[in-house]
Design a binder for this molecule. Structure first.
Ligand SMILES: *Cc1c(COP(=O)(O)O)cnc(C)c1O
Length: 461
C-alpha cells in the first residue's frame, strides 16, 4: 500500500512513512494510491464483533508491512482500553429514523481520542523498532492538545510539547493538558491567540536546522493515520443498523473536514452510505461552497462550537483531489488561488462532490435551541458541536436511517450547555477529580528563539 500526495510532486511513501511525515514536502496531503475494497460478505461479517475487531479488519489493508497482524492487534487493544464505554462508540436513538453516534467516551471526552490514542501507540511502536526519538510540537485551541497529551504521556520515544493560548481555553481543556504527570509531555501556555501558537509551530517546521536537530514531527488532523482511525466507527455504526443490507446516511459536525473525509473513505471501501451531510456552524465556508461552487474565505466568527471555527478546512483538499480526477497539478493551482482569497470549483468536480456530500448550516440560536429541544424530547444532553449536527440532520431526514456524529461530551463545553438548558452538565465520575489534580504548565512568551531554547533544554536533559 503506497501513499501519494494530493499535489502530485512529493515522494511516494509507505503507511509508516506517511504517518511520521504528516504534511507532504510539496505542501500536499497524503492519500492511499488506491482505496482497498471490502466485499458485502466481509462487511456483513463485522456484525456483532467488538469495536477492536472491527478496527483491525477495516484498517489492516491500509497498513502494508508497517506492523505485523499481532503487533497491530496489540496496538488497537491498548489504544481503546482507556475508554469509558464497553462499546467504545455506542449508538443511541433520537427519533424514529435518527440515531446519535456517541464519540465522546474516550479519555478527553471528544472524538479526537479515537485517532490520537491509536496514532500514539503506532508512532511509539514504529520508533521502538529503530530506537529513534522524535519531538512532537502542536498548537491547539483545546481539544487536539488535550487528546494528544493523553495519548502520548509516558511513551518512551516521544517528547510532546503543546502550545495553547494562555487564558483562552476552557478550564476542562486546560486541566486536561496541565494535569498529566509524565515527564515527556509539556503544556506551554503562550501569550497570544491560537493563530500565534500555530504560527510559531509553523516557524519551527520551517527552521530546518531546528527541525532536523530535534527530529520534529506533527500529529495535526491532516495526518493520514488520524483519518484512517476515524473510518472504523462509520463501519461499526452502519453495521449495527443493518449494513450492508441496508444503506445509511451520516451527518458530521465539520471543521477541518477530517472526520467527514473518513466517512468518504468508508463509502469508497464499499460501505453503503447514501449521503454524507456536512454540518457547519456560522463559519459556513463548506456549506456555501457546496451550494454555489465558490470556495471563498471571509474570516472566522467565534461561536459556541469553537472546535468548528475554521477559515480553511485543510482536509477538503483530499476530496478535491478525487473530484478533479486525482490531478495534482489542478489541486496545486486551486490551493494557490485559495492563498489569494478563494477559487471556483469546476462544474464536473462540483457534480462529483454533490453525488456524495450534502450540506447545511446551523446558526448560534439554532444550536442553543437544539440543545434544549433534544433534551426535552429524548433526555440526551448534546454538546454545541453535536447540536449543530443534529439540527442539520433533522433538515435531511428521509427514509434512509440517519446517524449523526456526537463529537464531544457536553461537560467539555459546560457554559454553552448551561445557558441553553439551565443546568450544568457533570463530568463522568471517572474524571470527577480533574479539578483537584495539581497543574503543571510553563508560561511562555510569543518568541520563537525562546521556545526553541526551552524545547532543546527539555529534551536534551
Ligand atoms: C475537531 C472537532 C470537530 C471538527 O472535526 P474535523 O475533523 O476538524 O471536521 C467537531 N467537534 C469537536 C468537538 C471537535 O473537537
Amino acid at each position: 500500500m503506497n501513499y501519494i500526495s494530493t499535489r502530485g510532486a512529493a515522494p511516494v511513501l509507505t503507511f509508516g512513512e506517511a504517518m511520521m511525515t504528516g504534511l507532504a514536502r510539496d505542501g500536499g496531503l497524503y492519500v492511499p494510491e488506491a482505496v482497498p475494497q471490502m466485499t458485502q460478505a466481509e462487511i456483513a461479517a463485522l456484525a456483532g464483533l467488538s469495536y477492536e475487531d472491527i478496527a483491525f479488519r477495516v484498517m489492516r489493508p491500509f497498513l502494508g508491512a508497517t506492523f505485523t497482524d499481532d503487533e497491530f492487534r496489540g496496538l488497537i487493544t491498548r489504544a481503546y482500553a482507556g475508554f469509558g464505554h464497553d462499546a467504545r462508540a455506542p449508538l443511541v436513538q433520537l427519533a424514529p429514523n435518527h440515531f446519535l453516534l456517541e464519540l465522546f467516551h474516550g479519555p478527553t471526552l471528544a472524538f479526537k481520542d479515537f485517532a490520537m490514542q491509536l496514532i500514539g501507540q503506532m508512532m511509539q511502536a514504529a520508533l521502538a523498532k529503530t530506537g529513534d526519538r522524535i519531538t512532537i510540537v502542536g498548537a491547539t485551541s483545546g481539544d487536539t492538545g488535550s487528546a494528544a497529551m493523553e495519548a502520548f504521556r509516558g511513551l518512551a520515544n516521544v517528547d510532546l510539547f503543546i502550545l495553547y493560548p494562555h487564558g483562552r481555553v476552557s478550564e476542562v481543556q486546560r486541566r486536561q493538558m496541565t494535569t498529566p504527570t509524565e515527564a515527556n509531555v509539556h503544556a506551554l501556555a503562550m501569550d497570544g491567540d491560537f493563530d500565534d501558537c500555530q504560527a510559531r509551530v509553523k516557524d519551527m517546521f520551517n527552521d530546518f536546522a531546528f527541525r532536523d536537530g530535534v527530529r520534529l514531527a506533527g500529529v495535526n488532523s491532516i495526518n493520514w493515520a488520524r483519518v484512517l482511525a476515524q473510518v472504523v466507527y462509520y463501519f461499526s455504526s452502519a453495521v449495527s443498523l443493518g449494513a450492508p443490507h441496508r444503506a445509511v446516511s451520516f451527518t458530521v459536525p465539520t471543521g477541518n473536514f477530517g472526520d467527514i473525509f473518513a466517512g468518504y473513505i468508508a463509502r469508497k471501501m464499499g460501505l453503503p452510505i447514501e449521503k454524507l451531510v456536512i454540518a457547519t456552524n456560522q463559519n459556513d465556508i463548506l456549506d456555501r461552497a457546496m451550494r454555489s461552487g465558490a470556495y471563498v474565505t471571509d474570516g472566522v466568527k467565534p461561536s459556541i462550537s469553537p472546535s468548528m471555527d475554521i477559515q480553511v478546512s485543510s482536509n477538503f483538499e483530499r476530496a478535491l483531489f478525487d473530484a478533479y480526477g486525482r490531478d495534482g497539478a489542478a489541486v496545486t493551482q486551486l490551493m494557490a488561488e485559495l492563498k489569494a482569497g478563494g477559487f471556483h470549483i469546476s462544474q464536473g468536480a462540483l457534480q462529483m462532490l454533490r453525488a456524495t456530500f450534502a450540506s447545511g448550516r446551523c446558526s448560534e440560536d439554532e444550536t442553543t435551541a437544539t440543545i434544549r429541544t433534544a433534551f426535552v424530547r429524548t433526555g440526551e444532553v448534546l454538546c454545541p458541536h453535536s447540536a449543530v449536527g443534529v439540527k442539520v440532520a433533522e433538515d435531511h431526514l428521509g427514509t434512509t436511517p440517519m446517524i449523526t456524529l456526537a463529537t464531544a461530551h457536553p461537560a467539555k463545553f459546560p457554559d454553552a450547555v448551561e445557558s441553553a438548558m439551565g443546568t450544568r452538565p457533570a463530568l463522568p465520575p471517572r474524571m470527577a477529580d480533574l479539578f483537584s489534580r495539581p497543574e503543571r504548565v510553563t508560561r511562555v512568551a510569543n518568541d520563537l528563539a525562546a521556545l526553541q531554547t526551552l524545547i532543546r533544554e527539555r529534551i536534551g536533559g
